[in-house]
Design a protein around this ligand. Structure first.
Ligand code: SAM
Length: 321
């Protein structure tokens, strides 16, 4: 293992001014933090389980002159857990140019600032990009302290190919824009990793099944590293039907979607199937219409149900119901 050797490592003025030695405690043992070089230190923090933090992350948080946090209350809990007393400052998505200028000035003055988000890796669908950019432009050093991210954690648990993957983050919230974006993603030759708010998961999966094709293998990873961690695996049609029936899950979720199986029918709707479903929907509930058409055609009930949901919602949007 090669250690980073950095002659500019030093105690910062704040520390020199008498905040005492930088320490953290873990497993009942106190450790003295290593001095930091001036600049921005981008620190990954746990996504649920407080034990998922590296020694280097703790040492950096303890030695920094200040920790820039998305929500200081959330980060205070983490710091308190590890006996870290570094001052906290707010840095979030609404922080403007003037805040960044102040931070840059402090770092130019020789301070080491640590940037964290509420959970996981800062900048990954979290604030920090503009600050990193500003620090680089100002000629300051930017040091990443790697650790957890929900994206990679979900990817490795999904059971889908990992040799090529595309991280999309959050899709647009409105269905039309979401479908347009999914249509662009349909051509990505690798596994897709998406964040989603739990209350939008059922409709997002329905749109994904329609636009990408219900046969794509997929997984919904929920509450990763936490007590109720679960990974539901299946195909998009099946998962869309499951969550349409069960309603939104509790907790946080990541959706992982594989590429289409070679022999899968394309995402294009089957006109005959749609006509059957629409006829059944005119007389029955979505669930009954799906059962009826599944019996008529011999198709899987959950696949017909996922398609029926899409058609019912489309009719709803068009004001036909
Ligand atoms: N920067 C963070 C990271 O690297 O993990 C992600 C921040 S993003 C604002 C929050 C989203 O990450 C959630 O909506 C959810 O999709 C996902 N997420 C975060 N923690 C999670 C967890 N423990 N289990 C499942 N998904 C999680």
């Amino acid at each position: 293992m090669t250690q980073r050797s950095d002659d500019s490592r030093r105690r910062s003025p704040d520390r020199a001014a008498g905040r005492g030695p930088a320490v953290y405690t873990a497993f009942g043992l106190a450790a003295e933090a290593e001095p930091l070089s001036p600049g921005l230190h981008v620190v990954a923090t746990p996504i649920g389980n407080l034990k998922d933090v590296t020694f280097r992350a703790l040492s950096t948080l303890a030695a920094a002159d200040a920790v820039l946090a998305e929500d200081t209350r959330v980060t205070r809990t983490l710091l308190a857990h590890y006996g870290i007393t570094t001052p906290l400052l707010a840095y979030h998505e609404h922080s403007g140019e003037s805040v960044r200028e102040r931070m840059i000035a402090r770092m130019k003055d020789g301070e080491a600032l640590a940037l964290v988000s509420d959970a996981g890796t800062p900048l990954v669908s979290d604030p920090g990009f503009k600050l990193v950019q500003a620090a680089i432009e100002a000629g300051l050093s930017v040091t990443p302290i790697p650790g957890p991210s929900a994206a990679i954690t979900a990817l490795v648990a999904a059971g889908l190919p990992t040799d090529r993957f595309f991280f999309e983050g959050f899709l647009p919230q409105k269905s039309g824009a979401r479908r347009n974006r999914l249509a662009v993603l349909a051509g990505v030759p690798g596994t897709l990793v998406l964040f989603e708010a739990p209350h939008r998961l059922p409709e997002m999966l329905t749109d994904a099944a329609e636009v990408l094709g219900g046969a794509r293998p997929a997984a919904v990873a929920r509450e990763l590293t936490k007590l109720f961690e679960t990974v539901r695996r299946g195909d998009l049609a099946g998962l869309a039907a499951e969550y349409a029936a069960s309603g939104p899950p509790k907790g946080e979720v990541v959706v992982v979607i594989g590429t289409a199986p070679e022999d899968a029918p394309g995402p294009e709707a089957d006109a005959d199937l749609d006509a059957r479903i629409e006829a059944a929907l005119a007389r029955h509930s979505i669930k009954d219409a799906a059962s009826l058409v599944a019996d008529e055609t011999g198709l899987k009930r959950r696949e017909v149900y996922a398609r029926a949901l899409v058609l019912a919602r489309r009719a709803d949007d068009a004001g036909e119901v």
